[in-house]
Design a protein around this ligand. Sequence first.
Ligand SMILES: Cc1ncc(COP(=O)(O)O)c(C=O)c1O
Length: 437
Amino acid sequence: MHGVFKKNKMTLISKDNTFVWHPFDVYNSENLLVKKAKGIYIFLQDGRKIVDGISSWWVNLHGHRNTTITNAVSKQLRYFEHVIFAGFTHQPAIHLAENLCKCLPGEMKKVFYSDNGSTSIEIALKMSMHYWHNKNQNKKVIIAIEGSYHGDTFGAMSVAERGGFNLPFEPYLFDVKFISFPNNEESIMQFSYICQTNEVAAFIYEPLVQGSSGMRIYKPEILEKLLKIAKINNIICIADEVMTGFGRTNTLFASNQCETKPDIICLSKGLTGGYLPLGATAVNQKIINGFESKKIKNVFLHGHSYTANPLACAAALASLKITLSNESIKNRKNIELWHCNFIEKIKEKNYPLKRLEYIGTILVLEIDNQSDTSYFNSLREYLYIEFLNRNILLRPLGNVIYVLPPYIISKVELNKIYKAIEEILNLLSNNNISNKL
Ligand SMILES: Cc1ncc(COP(=O)(O)O)c(C=O)c1O
């Protein structure tokens, strides 16, 4: 046997510490070693059973090791694992694109595949820029919303809130015009003003909820006004449904809650039910028309090695079927009702909260610890550890606690999370919250 595979005495966790660089490595504690996962539970090597209250970073819609999705992936494995997607095609990719186009809002006509949420955004941005380039029009301005997050690649960082996550890269990001968070008319005035320049290529937004900046919820009525102005000004509208897609906000897609639909929709996360990485950028006829000429300079020259991975597409098809089933729709309605009841129950109590609300299956509590609301608020680590001590995985966004469970969670299981939240709120109320700063 080659030396590299020889066993040594290091524990797995010390090897993890030595050799593996984890994302967002901010909680100075050791990573938890997972043995298996099933339903809403993650089983650890040390015997603990953790409730996955955030669907493993918002991807796992139907619980871990769902039989239908597992079978779909296994079946595809018997045929082939992956083939080049330039010049070749396959059934899972075709069926998935057809079905996505049928159920996405806004008469989407084609799907461009990639690997993750960030790449689905890069593709949407590049398509928009390329569209105006092909039409020989000088439209170079992109509009985004303050507080937005669209991923960690350079285009995605450019259209996101500056500072924080992307501070070291700011000098390298392209210019974007930001409008204020759309919870009042000011954002509409700013938007109209920028549109008047006639130089705007695209408007990118997280419909109804800004996820990473603290699950900030806004009303479809204001988004509707923005989209109407964008359409009148012939601006390409890009809906980032990476987090909101597939039933998270009550409707199948958040964009369903507006009358005016986007031209491009970005999908990932829940797309495969949390099984395999896959991104999808769906476009309407307007965008396709911009690429009609077959001259090489007009062709969209973009592609990833794992484009339309057949295993991922098979998982996505199975996940979509489950999402559309009556049972899953009923589950989502139940979660919404339970969130609503929980809010009613605790809103009269004197907890230190700036915000207590829900949208679809997402529950949000913004804690007032006399510090600015931000991902870097010092309560984050305290809250994370308090929940883990109760065998619950929640990853608060600074001082914002949110619950975003797999749709199969039962009332009893969700009650465990609510109980933990109340316990921690009581602790914070009794122990003078500034002690946790
Ligand atoms: C709204 C939104 N868009 C894009 C992304 C990026 O997705 P990924 O992490 O798969 O690159 C995220 C990730 O959290 C997101 O919340």
